[in-house]
Design a protein around this ligand. Structure first.
Ligand code: GRF
Length: 246
């Protein structure tokens, strides 16, 4: 650490407490504390890490938690110097016991918001209820269409002209919680699951970042099962081509 020189000493004196310097603004919230749950690849996690590093998102990841010890997402967290922890479900007697242990670890990191980013395990209602409004999930479809798994396959089979991704509050209703924001992509002639998944994923990352920035600004809440946006906007918000909400 650099030792203070004469100039620093003068500056320190100039801002001594009680010398007319305004106190720090206590009403200004600090960076949003995020706990991320991920089961696999972790590209959404990486998008968050990168946006924080570029100072484009006023947030901090306080822990990454997984139900799969081999999840590449854990290594991405460690590479970024973020606490990473996995719990193996088979070591627990029940879903509830697993959830209790997982969320005890999550709670210990004191998150403002829990982000399910490719977390593939069902979370029991008992773990969701006390965290209502503080857990969100990114799902690769335009909810309420195509809940569950294999959403790109479902969209192709249905002949959908449009597909996309949604970020929603997690409730006990699987993939059924109130939607905060969406990003839309066209389904193109000749698409297969892989090409469609890639087109959606490219929009998932900016969608998640734009949504997290709303939380960082304390501009979105869940009240009585409805999403409330500061400024009175009604959702779901739609991500525009410049990666901001329209
Ligand atoms: C994403 O498509 C996400 O929407 C879904 O699972 C995938 C996870 O991707 N829930 P990654 O692990 O973030 O790369």
């Amino acid at each position: 650490m650099a030792r203070p020189g004469a100039e620093d000493a003068r500056r320190a004196q100039a801002v001594a407490p009680g010398d007319g310097v305004p106190p720090p603004d206590a009403s200004r919230p600090g960076p949003l504390r995020l706990a991320v749950l991920a089961s696999g690849r972790g590209s959404n996690l990486q998008a968050i890490l990168d946006a924080i590093a570029r100072r484009e998102l006023d947030a901090r990841i306080v822990g990454v938690f997984s139900d799969r010890p081999s999840a590449p997402a854990l290594q991405r967290a460690r590479d970024a110097g973020v606490h990473a922890q996995a719990l193996a479900p088979r070591q627990f007697a029940s879903r509830m016991a697993f959830d209790e242990a997982l969320f005890a670890a999550v709670d210990a990191s004191r998150p403002d918001l829990v982000v399910c980013a490719g977390y593939m395990r069902l979370i029991g209602a008992a773990a969701i209820a006390p965290r209502s409004g503080r857990i969100i999930n990114i799902h690769p479809s335009l909810l309420p269409a195509f809940k569950g798994l294999h959403t790109h396959r479902q969209a192709l089979a249905a002949g959908a002209a449009e597909h996309g991704a949604s970020v929603h509050f997690v409730t006990a209703d699987l993939d059924g919680g109130p939607v905060i924001g969406q990003a839309r992509v066209p389904v193109l002639p000749g698409d297969d699951e892989a090409t469609l998944a890639a087109r959606v994923l490219a929009r998932e990352h900016p969608l998640l970042l734009a949504t997290l920035q709303l939380f960082a600004e304390r501009a979105v809440t869940l009240r009585e099962d409805r999403v409330h946006f500061r400024g009175g906007a009604t959702g779901p918000l739609q991500l525009s081509s410049n990666n901001a909400f329209a």
